[in-house]
Design a protein around this ligand. Structure first.
Ligand SMILES: [Zn+2]
Length: 410
């Protein structure tokens, strides 16, 4: 381990290399896992915003790949795997190509999109994230218009479909100074420059397709303000196809449910919302009429207690708003006193008293609330409250009815 200083990185010269033969040169530990260093490797170690490759060494799964100094460490899933890979042993390496191709497409797509935002809108990229779930760049701007997003997306796709060459090489400090790099590199010696012909030069150690056509297509999925800039989520190649399939399935399902074509969905949803609004309005009108009739019927059969005509009833799962409406309609009649309850998740009480009933709604309510472990309040003509003990609603209504008889008059 002391005598080994750097791994030959085979992906620098050929990012399409999926299998290779190498020799184990050292054992170590990465992230608490046993790891091996090889004299040469096609595995990409996590860095520059690109996740590590997956794959196998002699058929044993590689859990993670990290670079330390110039050495690429391949961590193994099981400690006993290290025994099977002694220093000096020959290994067959196999790269998980599905994962690598995905990373190459998203990563190179980011080069294209970042350069396209500069060329089309003069907007710089401040950071890049490539994860399993999403790929994003952050733009140095407070707001992004749909026209700007469209212009950058169009330009990036035009460069993809021109299938321009993507080349990588190490350059001298002199040549580096002469190149129009998008962003100055953090080192000046032994810098790898990735060039998209006549479009972009970036200092980068990542893996890229040999030409822009390998990115397939690029699609902006959404964007929004984030930490003073704008975060743009996008998908390239296989991920763009997967995103299109997801959206097609969702739109197709919704269109089938509405018996329209997917292109007619917006108009169909507008119609549905308009018809829902009109149905809600009709329902509300019907409920108002029903509540008024209910109040009239209950009032006509109400018990006379002195000056008060008392309606005491449990109206099942009526909303508090409708309880109040029925109670106020009863209290709008001579001597009307309404003591109404309903129970849903909580027990609800509403008390309304006509001024000429001589009763105070707050005092009647206070006779029932303790039985519900409830809280509430109001004025002399209208009070309401509720509590968690729904099973005590009938007992609370009985106590309130008794209170009408014995509570002091106001
Ligand atoms: Zn790159």
């Amino acid at each position: 381990m002391d005598t080994f200083h750097s791994t030959e990185r085979l992906y620098y010269a050929d990012s399409y290399l999926r299998t290779f033969v190498a020799t184990v040169v050292a054992h170590g530990e990465i992230g608490g896992r046993p790891a091996v260093a090889l004299d040469r490797s096609a595995f990409y170690p996590e860095g520059g915003g690109q996740p590590a490759d997956g794959g196998t060494l002699n058929g044993m799964a590689v859990a993670d790949v990290q670079a330390e100094g110039g050495v690429v460490w391949h961590s193994l899933v099981r400690a006993e795997d290290l025994v099977a890979l002694p220093v000096g042993a020959a290994v067959d390496g196999l790269i998980d190509w599905t994962r690598r191709l995905d990373h190459m497409q998203q990563h190179c797509g980011q080069h294209l999109l970042t350069a396209a935002f500069v060329a089309a809108c003069g907007l710089a990229t401040t950071s890049f994230h490539l994860g399993d779930a999403a790929v994003t760049i952050d733009l140095d701007v407070s707001d992004l218009t749909a026209a700007q997003a469209r212009a950058a997306e169009d330009l990036a796709n035009a460069v993809i479909w021109e299938d321009r060459s993507v080349t990588a090489r190490f350059v001298s400090a002199d040549e580096l100074a002469s190149l129009p790099l998008r962003k100055p590199p953090t080192v000046t010696a032994h810098v790898r420059v990735v060039s998209i012909a006549d479009f972009d030069h970036s200092a980068c150690g990542g893996t890229h397709p040999r030409s822009t056509g390998g990115v397939g297509a690029i699609r902006l999925l959404r964007w929004g303000r984030q930490r003073g800039g704008v975060r743009v989520e996008f998908a390239c190649g296989v991920r763009a196809l997967a995103a299109f399939r997801r959206l097609s399935a969702a739109a197709g399902g919704a269109a089938a449910a509405l018996s329209v074509g997917a292109d007619e969905l917006p108009a169909a949803v507008d119609r549905l919302q308009a018809s829902l609004r009109s149905a809600q309005k009709e329902l509300e009108h019907a409920q108002i009429a029903l509540d008024a009739a209910d109040a009239a019927a209950r009032y006509s059969e109400a018990e006379q207690v002195g000056a008060a005509r008392v309606v005491c009833a449990s109206l099942l799962d009526l909303s508090v708003e409708r309880l109040r409406r029925v109670a106020q309609a009863i209290a709008g009649r001579p001597g009307g006193v309404a003591i109404l309850g309903a129970s849903g998740d909580r027990a609800q009480l509403v008390v309304a008293c006509a001024p000429d009933s001589g009763r105070d709604a707050r005092q009647i309510l206070q006779a029932g609330l303790p039985l519900l472990d409830g809280r509430g309040g109001g004025g002399p003509t209208l009070a309401q409250g509720g509590g968690p003990r729904t099973e005590a609603l009938d007992a609370a209504l009985d106590a309130m009815k008794v209170a009408v008889r014995f509570a002091p008059l106001r």
